[in-house]
Design a protein around this ligand. Structure first.
Ligand SMILES: Cc1cc2nc3c(=O)[nH]c(=O)nc-3n(C[C@H](O)[C@H](O)[C@H](O)COP(=O)(O)O)c2cc1C
Length: 186
């Protein structure tokens, strides 16, 4: 598969990047190709501009070269994978603005043969996410509000829990989980 991976974190030495790297190692075991967009370090412009505003009446609207380039990277992929920390039970704002700017009517209708995978790192534990229904809340939004709305053929969320743990064994287990997700993603 051709995979477009979007990572969102200000620090390359973060657990988010370590999870991404292990996921990629797992995917490469099966020969998948990965095209990475690092929203912070590649300087993605977070401003939604009038130039790129969606126009529901003009499906043939011409977008700015920067947005068009990112749309084409999505269209070239079979699967789009997002790796990000959960901030306020949601995606980081830079990732949201990426979706606002790039995932719009300009590419809707062309995503039906693609799948999306959301790898979300949570400081909270799985027990807390179950108790307060956070996992269902976030998954419902990502899978239905985005994946289904964009008519993608599959949308799935994988949670990497308890990321602030001081236990080296626990963190090693999370990286193993990331590797396994990559190795089994087809
Ligand atoms: C601004 C901010 C908001 C956060 N909000 C949440 C949250 O709502 N739920 C949660 O479980 N963890 C939350 N966290 C913890 C992050 O998910 C955690 O820092 C991250 O998973 C650790 O990975 P990292 O080292 O790559 O940042 C938040 C962290 C930050 C910085």
């Amino acid at each position: 598969m051709k995979v477009k991976l979007v990572v969102t974190h200000p620090r390359k030495d973060s657990l988010t990047f370590a999870v991404m790297n292990r996921f990629i190692e797992g995917m490469k075991e099966n020969g998948h190709e990965i095209d990475v967009l690092d929203l912070y370090n590649d300087g993605f412009n977070p401003l939604y501009s009038a130039e790129d505003e969606q126009d529901w009446q003009s499906p043939d609207k011409v977008f700015s070269p920067a947005v068009r380039k990112e749309m084409d990277r999505v269209l070239a992929a079979d699967a789009i994978v997002f790796v990000f920390p959960i901030w306020w039970y949601n995606m980081p704002s830079l990732m949201k603005t990426y979706l606002d700017r790039v995932w719009n009517i300009g590419i809707f209708g062309e995503l039906g043969d693609k799948k999306v995978l959301w790898i979300a790192l949570a400081g909270g534990t799985e027990a807390v996410f179950q108790k307060y229904d956070y996992a269902n809340m976030i998954s419902h939004y990502l899978n239905n509000g985005i994946g289904k709305y964009a008519r993608m053929k599959e949308s799935r969320v994988e949670y990497i829990y308890d990321t602030l743990s001081q236990s080296k064994e626990h963190i090693a287990g999370l990286l193993e989980q990331a590797y396994h997700i990559g190795k089994t993603y087809n």
